[in-house]
Design a protein around this ligand. Structure first.
Ligand SMILES: [Zn+2]
Length: 319
């Protein structure tokens, strides 16, 4: 049954109940990058204890094997922060398996673990799905990673494989070797023949959970769901077209209510976002000429400890 510790479950049991309440979006800033979730840290999370700590943060957070023995809390934003008191998603459950265990990225805030388990139970009701294959969540203490994602830093992001599980008894080695499958054709303008109604039902369920801030998926999938939905379209607001995301979709939860050190992104623009997704698709099919006035973004070095919220120093140094 995996290795979620009893102690951890007891410690976090109350938190799960408390954090399941919906959070509001306090941050009205427009994010620099949708999927990365970069926003300026609010003053509340800044501290000076790490002001001169120029260690590269991924070198610190990328090697810590266990969660911190602290109250569960996210600090900072999705692409610039860390997590205290993380919970490990059990490697195998009745309706899920965590993949690529060697990465040790099956750690998240209690609300995320609860969310994934809940979504996996729904997935198991779908035709052809035994549950979910779950990709990366966060590192045991969150923070930047040595490889891969810019976000997934505060224990509120998760990648869910598009491959429908037909069995949930994969060995550790099989979970290293098995690959998900792509759902796209024409560079993401359209879904391919692997895409099914069940994928849409799953993503609709994921997006309809009030804890969800955003779901990232390739543009052709968003348009497919826009065309498919004949009822309530409000969930489509949370489904955001983005690069990649055709082997998995990415779930991002809101900051739990009362988590004062956790920084929400601004909510997506009002409406179902379907016209914007269609425009993206059109641009894939007929790329517009490059914008001559575009200013290249200045390259920035890797995140240092000094650029993370001050609490992240304590998270890294905690037992
Ligand atoms: Zn992701």
């Amino acid at each position: 049954m995996g290795n979620l510790t009893r102690k951890g479950m007891l410690k976090h049991g109350l938190m799960i109940a408390a954090l399941a309440l919906t959070a509001s979006c306090r941050n009205s800033e427009v994010p620099r990058s949708d999927v990365q979730g970069n926003t300026r840290a609010p003053a509340a999370v800044m501290s000076t204890q790490n002001a001169h700590d120029n260690r590269v943060a991924k070198d610190v957070f990328g090697h810590i094997p266990t969660a911190s023995d602290q109250r569960s809390e996210s600090f900072g934003g999705y692409a610039r922060g860390c997590q205290a008191g993380a919970v490990q998603l059990p490697e195998t459950g009745p309706t899920w398996q965590a993949m690529r265990l060697s990465r040790n990225r099956n750690w998240g805030q209690p609300v995320l673990i609860d969310y994934i388990q809940n979504l996996s139970r729904f997935a198991a009701t779908l035709d052809g799905w035994d549950g979910l294959y779950v990709g990366d969540l966060s590192q045991p203490r969150g923070g930047p990673m040595l490889t891969g994602h810019a976000s997934h830093q505060i224990g509120l992001d998760a990648d869910i494989w598009m491959l429908p599980p037909d069995r949930l008894n994969l060995s550790r080695q099989e979970r290293e070797n098995l690959s998900s499958i792509s759902m796209r054709r024409e560079r993401g303008a359209f879904t391919n023949s692997s895409w099914t109604e069940e994928h849409m039902q799953l993503i609709r369920a994921a997006a309809s959970d009030p804890r969800t801030a955003r779901i990232f998926v390739f543009p052709g999938a968003k348009v497919a769901m826009c065309n498919w939905e004949t009822g309530d379209r409000s969930w489509l607001n949370h489904v955001r077209p983005w690069y990649g995301h055709h082997y998995h979709f990415h779930v991002r939860l809101r900051c739990p209510s009362g988590a004062s050190g956790c920084e929400n992104q601004a909510p997506p623009p009002a409406g179902d976002g379907c016209a914007d997704a269609q425009t993206w698709v059109n641009n894939i099919l007929n790329p517009p000429p490059p914008d001559p006035n575009a200013t290249p973004r200045a390259p920035r070095g890797p995140l240092t400890m000094a650029r993370l919220p001050g609490q992240c120093l304590a998270v890294a140094e905690s037992n």
